[in-house]
Design a protein around this ligand. Sequence first.
Ligand SMILES: *[C@@H]1O[C@H](CO)[C@@H](O)[C@H](O)[C@H]1NC(C)=O
Ligand SMILES: *[C@@H]1O[C@H](CO)[C@@H](O)[C@H](O)[C@H]1NC(C)=O
Ligand SMILES: *[C@@H]1O[C@H](CO)[C@@H](O)[C@H](O)[C@H]1NC(C)=O
Ligand SMILES: *[C@@H]1O[C@H](CO)[C@@H](O)[C@H](O)[C@H]1NC(C)=O
Length: 441
Amino acid sequence: MGRISTAALFCVLLFTSVLAAPAPASSASGAPTVSDASAAQPSPTTPLIKDDPNDVIPTTGTVEPIRGSLGANILGPDNQPMDQQNPDLLAPPTTDQGTVGNAKWPFSLSHNRLQTGGWARQQNEAVLPIATELAGVNMRLEAGAIRELHWHKTAEWAYVLKGRTQVTAVNPDGQNFLATVGPGDLWYFPAGIPHSLQATNDSAEGSEFLLVFDNGDFSEDSTFLLTDWLSHTPLSVISKNFQVNSDALLNIPAQQLYIFPDAPPPSDAQAPADPQGQVPSPFAFSFSSVNATQYSGGTAKIVDSSTFAASTTIAAAEITVEPGAMREMHWHPTQDEWTFFLSGEARITLFAASGNSRTFNYQAGDVGYVPASFGHYVENIGNTTLHFLEIFNTDHFQDVSLSQWLALTPPALVKAHLGISDDTFNHFNKTKQVVVGPAKS
Ligand SMILES: *[C@@H]1O[C@H](CO)[C@@H](O)[C@H](O)[C@H]1NC(C)=O
Ligand SMILES: *[C@@H]1O[C@H](CO)[C@@H](O)[C@H](O)[C@H]1NC(C)=O
Ligand SMILES: *[C@@H]1O[C@H](CO)[C@@H](O)[C@H](O)[C@H]1NC(C)=O
Ligand SMILES: *[C@@H]1O[C@H](CO)[C@@H](O)[C@H](O)[C@H]1NC(C)=O
């Protein structure tokens, strides 16, 4: 009999009453109580974790709020399709405990602003209060359609989902920029820089993309639009500003255009000649041509200002995870993670310290959020490749790997905490594993 099972037996004999009682709760303020503090002391009398694997409950057939001997079926009204998508909320792992704010927002639940030529729907702090550092917009432009010339107080980072989009900008030094950006590629406009987006007809349907903003408060409905400004300025002022007769200005729209149809731009368009020259750091980046690093369970590639110099407030990782594999247990030391799911099915548990943890499930088109320093993993729980983006409000990507941390700590120190054998310790890897393959049996 190994050390763990001996200890477990000892524990069961001595602490049956403790285990049967509800888990010691944190105080209302979230500060640990005295009993938490004493329970945390490693000693032969500390209860050990249970051998329940807490796998995702099967979602074939009716999903019920039942996990092992806990729970009971639903008798009242129920939204089964929602339950099927969120089995770990309906029947949480028994390791979930305490209070962690909601960390899931499907764009399907966003209000959609429909325009001739496209649409835009957003996620921000108003709908997902935990997401204080970043916000997102999913935007669609038919071929030729324009998201009008505008600017805003936050920076804008984009990942192209489908089709190609022509982007233009001019910086405060009067240097201009134009690029046509395709699937898997990025653009970035610093805060306040005026820009435009227009779908080309390189594909007949036009384009769709994900926009991410470096402030959770961002609202797509409060950007500064060219036509909105001019339609709210006296005509005599506009006339004086451009030194033209006001008759020449009477086709200016009386309200904002926001998204509107137009003829597609040529796909090889160049920026107009600029006496000040081009912006010093391009506002677009060919992320699709960066080769991913292969790991045992999938791939990862990272972009931040070290390769995309203009992108000084957004860093990102693009991750694939094969069925059964997992983005390893890790955290980001100082940065909140805004996650976007491109395909597949995932589960994430947010560990929020003080005994608090909560598990969420995600599908394509969902936004997830992980506050800075919260421990987490991203497990592929479907039968297809899981593909997602991790996005951060920072100039530099960083993560801490649990496995690497422990592998590089004196073994006796780690073993004193976890009660593991040398053989088990030797599975911890001094090299970051990033995406790990299915569990060894
Ligand atoms: C795309 O637009 C260009 C310019 O308007 C036009 O010449 C071309 O025929 C269009 N191509 C397709 C496939 O619609
Ligand atoms: C990316 O990988 C491809 C195929 O393996 C290779 O041909 C290419 O040179 C690589 N590119 C870079 C930038 O390493
Ligand atoms: C994956 O495939 C297996 C076998 O075909 C099936 O039993 C299971 O329900 C599938 N899981 C999901 C999440 O689709
Ligand atoms: C650690 O990971 C590397 C690859 O990153 C692998 O070659 C090696 O076998 C791993 N070591 C252990 C002990 O798992």
